[in-house]
Design a protein around this ligand. Structure first.
Ligand code: DQA
Length: 148
């Protein structure tokens, strides 16, 4: 089974961003942990990061023609303002799990709204790197059930 993990804007800077919100691990560290868990679950984890919204939209469109069983996405700040990403995710016929390192409900008001949440199967936030790992487990479980 193949699961796509999408990292949005500024997430390539993890390790250099505010550690109080985002911890100290780099994106490469997170991708390594995801690959390890993927190995355990029998999942090929395919990470993708971009700072360009259109590129992210096009990566999501390609899922329609790929053998991808589920998507995990941390869209960064696009979460709060991108109708374009929400529309792209809505096209998908596979489960989508939204994740955030920080607890977006315990921060500034604008972060409490996710435009992506309505088109996702569920959302996990506030657990640091564990949010991604829990998100991968959830995506795997949902994909397995939808194949059964
Ligand atoms: C984030 C939360 C967003 O509000 C923020 O813009 C990010 C990271 C998180 O993982 O906690 O860039 O998605």
């Amino acid at each position: 089974m193949r699961i796509l993990v999408l990292h949005g804007v500024n997430l390539n800077m993890l390790g250099r961003r505010n550690p109080a919100h985002y911890g100290t691990e780099s994106l490469a560290d997170i991708d390594r942990s995801l690959a390890e868990l993927g190995h355990e679950l029998g999942v090929d984890v395919e990470p993708f990061q971009t700072n360009h919204e259109g590129e992210m939209v096009e990566r999501i469109h390609r899922v329609l023609d790929e053998d991808v069983a589920a998507v995990v996405i941390n869209a960064g700040a696009w979460t709060h303002d991108s109708h374009a990403l929400a529309d792209a995710l809505e096209l998908l016929h596979v489960p989508v799990v939204e994740v955030h390192l920080s607890n977006i409900h315990a921060r500034e008001d604008f972060r409490r709204t996710s435009l992506l949440a309505p088109v996702c199967a569920g959302s996990i936030c506030g657990f640091g790197v564990q949010s991604y790992l829990l998100g991968l487990r959830a995506a795997h479980g949902l994909a397995r059930n939808s194949c059964a």
